[in-house]
Design a protein around this ligand. Sequence first.
Ligand SMILES: [Zn+2]
Ligand SMILES: [Zn+2]
Length: 340
Amino acid sequence: MRAIVKSKPEKGLWMEAVNVPQPGPDEVLIKVTKASICGTDKHIYDWDGWASKNIEPPLILGHEFVGIVSEIGSAVEGVSPGDRVSAEGHVVCSNCSNCRSSRYHLCPHTKGIGVNVPGAFSEFLCVPLCNVVSIPDGISDEMASLLDPLGNAVHAALSFEVSGQDVIVTGAGPIGIMAALVCQQLGARHVVLTEVNAYRIDLARKAGVRHVVDVRQSDLQTVMQNLSIKEGFGVGLEMSGNQDAVNTIINAGKNGCCLALLGISNNKLVLPWNDIVFKMIHLKGIYGREIFGTWKASMELLQNGLDIEGVITHRLPFEDFEYGFSLIESGTAGKIILEM
Ligand SMILES: [Zn+2]
Ligand SMILES: [Zn+2]
């Protein structure tokens, strides 16, 4: 079969012929139909500092996907060939104290599909049965291939009560845009999304985010006054990993506000410590999804009318992955879906 492989410890990815994996007793073999490109894949493509420390070539990339079950291991029950599925991208240990308290997303021994074990940019992949997620009717293949990044957005948005609250989201990458749309869907009073990149601002507006603020051109305080946000935002979702955005979100939060932090940075970020103390701010780090509550919530939001179609900007044949990565490099893409 063909697969997109990080075969050498240098910039680039290569399409290679590899063997179809054989499912072990507790594993499921999935024929991939669509996969989407994630920022993580771009780090691995670029072979940056994080990738060279964490990735061992050769590795098949990809963790955001949907496919059809093709074969099941001898001990597998509850999933059958022909089922339409996706999978949680973190394979956990089941033995640590967090796993044993059903807090699988906090497992310190987690292995990433397409990061530590073979991934989904491939005609077939094998995953443990416990990672498989069945996709209900009414959720399209495209939406199903986005459940992983949507799950990051939903995990952040569900971390605190947002209904009736004024919410600020900093950073209009695909996850930031989806998080803003989720907060709108959940009944936040106002959702304000801040960004500095013109392409992303346009993408966020077209995707349906009602208040997108270019903080280079507009004064956030004025925007807040116009929306009669008097004391500041009750909830903030930091999606950029940018120092200015971190300062903005802490500044614009009201006393006792709740902040979910998802954006990561290659630089050391400085937190305005005294502001956090005196404003009595609640901080929560967000990584991945809660396994599997976030998956259920994400699918229910989609079934209930959440529309994230606007974050998809390109659908490319599997073979054109190089073009996909060049679009991400140039900053002119939202989510890119590779079609197998
Ligand atoms: Zn991802
Ligand atoms: Zn564990």
